[in-house]
Design a protein around this ligand. Structure first.
Ligand code: ZN
Length: 204
């Protein structure tokens, strides 16, 4: 998931800091809407593979790619790998004025499963690294329960609300071949960031 760029380079996730210093980042190409792999349903990662070298490398590549693109979340199919893995998180709030004082814990979610807790919806302008330079207004369930395995094969279960719930739902949608543009509340509330910013600034 992404928001409009502010031009400020985001600090990297803890997963990538050492790799930047060593200059060994592996930034993968992010597929854009229209690529058929973004519409596929991804496969569960078998438990015995969670701690494999292949999955470790994939997770590193996903963080490197998300950091380089200033994203707050990335799902494996966005780099062409049809496995149910999501990375998410950010640690600077000044890029997101609407989220003052906010941070989002860096997380690796393998085989995540979302359970809807109630029917309240909350709207948010979403962006996506696979739909660059655009954003659209989407309403999603406000309260969810999410469970997943981390990269150490530890199981987590958590109740999540608000912005974090939006990010997890957006990323988990990718694992089922769904993009946020499929969920637009109103197709008119969608467009290029610079045009929407211009319209906002003239809307007095
Ligand atoms: Zn996305």
């Amino acid at each position: 998931m992404a928001f409009k760029r502010s031009g400020v380079r985001s600090p990297s996730s803890p997963y990538s800091q050492l790799r930047i210093r060593k200059n060994i980042m592996a930034i993968r190409k992010i597929l854009r809407a229209g690529h058929p792999l973004l519409r596929e349903v991804s496969q569960q990662v078998p438990p015995e593979e969670i701690r494999s070298q292949e999955i470790k490398k994939l997770i590193r590549d996903m963080f490197d790619t998300m950091d380089a693109a200033n994203g707050v979340g990335l799902a494996a199919p966005q780099i062409g790998v049809l496995k149910r893995i999501v990375v998410a998180g950010f640690d600077r709030s000044d890029r997101y004025p609407e989220l003052k004082e906010r941070k989002m814990e860096f997380r690796v979610m393998i085989n995540p499963e979302i359970k809807i807790l109630n029917g309240d919806y909350e709207g948010f302008w979403e962006g996506c690294l696979s739909v660059p330079d655009m954003r659209g207004y989407v309403e999603r369930i406000r309260n969810i329960q999410i469970q997943w395995f981390d990269e150490k094969e530890e199981h987590h279960k958590e109740i999540v609300t608000g912005f974090d719930a939006v990010v997890y739902q957006h990323e988990c949608d990718h694992l089922d071949g769904i993009l946020y543009i499929d969920r637009l509340k109103d197709p008119k509330m969608f467009g290029y960031n610079d045009e929407l910013d211009l319209a906002d600034s003239q809307d007095v």
